[in-house]
Design a protein around this ligand. Structure first.
Ligand code: HEM
Ligand code: SF4
Ligand code: SF4
Length: 523
């Protein structure tokens, strides 16, 4: 294991503990750590909405800009002041959320293979977020804005791009109203480019998580509002080109680059920013595990139902006109987009083990873990079980290691992703001799393939196709989501399930009398 991998694994173990801690309070859907991208988008919308009001009441003349901001900060604090603070704190929040999002994606190892696109297209957004935010400080045109503008000009003057130094603009009497119109234009234009860049960024993930849950949205807004009321944003004194300010309250989220430049040099800051950017861009080139085989469509078993197309987390399935059946469609896997997760195999109605064919071949399958082989493994392992309560466990390679639960009375089938589990396998396991089925996998937001656990839960609870037949006794099925570090929790959940199964009466075992392979799965 390389040094970077060791650091990553250590960091990931810590991050997952923090995420579990937050789960306990907010649940997976409301846990900010699990929805950082969505939170980032939400903060951008707050920045834009508040910015529209601020722009409408702003006087962009060089003499009046500071006065007009002072007016709505102090006289109209109950509207303009609060919106200004919200604008500022949401922008700060965006930096924090973006940095945590980068760290999280890095720790989860989501920067190589088919994910190179999401990673690489994320990098320019860092520059755009900073350019948008720093420009906002200049607009206020107070002493901090002047300091930031001069420091930025000094930084850019190091590059051989201007015929006359940009810092000359800040000599007394040199600034005009046109300069501020340009600033307003940039402060509106760059965030628009940021939105465009983010649109590009999420192109390769389908059904992207861009809206936080209601609880997360309300909670974050309430926090920002509380901050705006407790510590309203105020300006420094009006910018004065003829004097140098000594005391400035720096916004470290954005303006840390200026003290960093004065502590090093303009060239030093370019080197730091450049190396950081290049390192991020180079990460996908690091050696990484070889990608496993991609999904394969078996045309005779595909009825064109589109479930794989809908459920694929990376938009890797396209529905094309069927070459032999006019008016019908056929699934097609786009190799360069496929993450080899198997979620499509779990979605396919042909994946039912009840089909009365000796060799089970499904519509879309994973060569490394075909559904037919899974059925054989399940039959074999369940037949070998002994003891008063027999349990079949469907595990996930990316989550808490289910294989460690294997026992004389517990058969474990470890899947590439819990999303590969066709719901009919649960019924089949019960009919084949298991007294109960436990399904485990990563928690929402931790799934290596985004939707594995979510889709599985929805399928097993009848909210998504293919669904588990209502005839299956729900008391014999247990969902036990557990991330990699939650092995002891998983063991406890299995023990609890075993005790629960022991208490069930014999009449609830009706399903076991059924002979497998005659029924056609409903859905
Ligand atoms: C303002 C900045 C950013 C925002 C608002 C943002 C937002 C998002 C969103 C909404 C997603 C989709 C999440 C999902 O549906 O599962 C996503 C995915 C992703 N982002 Fe960002 N992003 C930002 C910056 C970055 C940066 C700077 C990087 C890395 C350099 C990055 C790396 C990724 C990766 C690798 C994924 C794919 C995750 C996966 O395949 O599961 N993002 N981002
Ligand atoms: S294996 Fe995963 S990424 Fe590939 S087509 Fe199936 S669902 Fe999509
Ligand atoms: S889920 Fe199966 S049957 Fe439906 S379109 Fe995909 S491969 Fe074809």
């Amino acid at each position: 294991m390389s040094l970077i991998d060791s650091i990553r694994q250590g960091g990931l173990a810590l991050l997952q503990r923090i995420e579990s801690f937050f789960d306990a309070f907010f649940g997976s859907a409301g846990n900010p750590w699990r929805h950082l991208g969505a939170l980032g988008f939400y903060l951008i919308w707050i920045v834009i909405a508040t910015g529209i009001y601020l722009f409408a009441v702003l006087d962009t003349g060089i003499e009046d800009i500071h006065t007009s901001i002072e007016y709505y900060t102090r006289e109209q604090w109950w509207l303009g002041g609060i919106l200004r603070s919200l604008h500022r704190y949401a922008a700060d929040g965006l930096v924090l959320v973006m940095l945590l999002h980068i760290l999280r994606e890095f720790l989860y190892g989501r920067f190589h293979g088919f994910r190179w696109y999401s990673w690489i297209t994320g990098v320019p957004t860092i520059w755009l977020v900073y350019a948008s935010g720093i420009g906002g400080y200049w607009l206020v045109w107070d002493q901090l804005g002047l300091f930031s503008a001069v420091a930025s000009a000094e930084w850019f003057d190091w590059l051989p791009i201007f015929s006359t130094p940009a810092t000359r603009n800040f000599l007394p009497g040199a600034l005009t109203d046109r300069f501020f119109s340009l600033l307003v234009f940039l402060h509106i234009g760059i965030p628009l480019i940021l939105l465009l860049a983010l649109w590009v960024h999420i192109q390769r993930v389908s059904q992207s998580d861009v809206f936080p849950s209601r609880s997360l949205a309300i909670g974050s807004l309430a926090m920002l509002l509380a901050l705006a009321l407790v510590k309203p944003t105020v300006s420094h004194g009006k910018a004065d080109l003829s004097m140098v300010s000594t005391v400035l309250h720096i916004d470290w989220y954005y303006l840390f680059i200026h003290p960093l430049m004065y502590a090093t040099s303009p060239a030093g800051l370019w080197a730091i920013a450049g190396i950081f950017t290049l390192l991020l861009l180079a990460l996908p080139l690091l050696p990484h595990p070889k990608q496993t085989p991609i999904a394969v469509v078996n045309p005779p078993n595909c009825n064109g139902c589109r479930r794989c197309f809908v459920d694929c987390p990376y938009g890797a399935v396209a529905m094309l006109p069927h070459p032999d059946k006019p008016g019908h469609e056929l699934a097609h896997v786009i190799p360069e987009l496929c993450a080899s997760c198997g979620i499509c195999a779990g979605a396919c109605p042909s994946s039912t083990p009840f089909r009365s064919i000796e060799q089970l071949v499904t519509g879309i399958d994973m060569p490394q873990q075909p559904v037919g082989a899974l059925r054989e493994e399940m039959e074999r392992k369940i037949a070998a079980l002994s003891g008063p309560v027999k349990i079949a466990v469907f595990g996930c390679e990316c989550a808490a290691d289910a294989r460690r639960l294997e026992n004389a009375d517990t058969a474990v089938l470890n899947l590439m992703c819990s999303g590969l589990l066709p719901p009919s396998f649960v019924e089949y396991a019960l009919r084949s001799g298991a007294d109960g089925v436990l399904v485990t996998g990563c928690r929402e937001g931790s799934c290596a393939y985004r939707f594995g656990a979510q889709w599985t839960e929805q399928r097993l609870t009848g909210r998504r196709e293919p669904h588990l037949r209502p005839a299956v006794p729900v008391e014999r099925l247990r969902l036990a989501w557990a991330d990699r570090h939650e092995m002891s929790g998983l063991k406890e959940m299995l023990e609890d399930f075993r005790n629960h199964l022991q208490t069930l009466g014999a009449d609830e075992k009706r399903l076991r009398a059924y002979t497998p392979r005659r029924i056609v799965q409903n859905g």
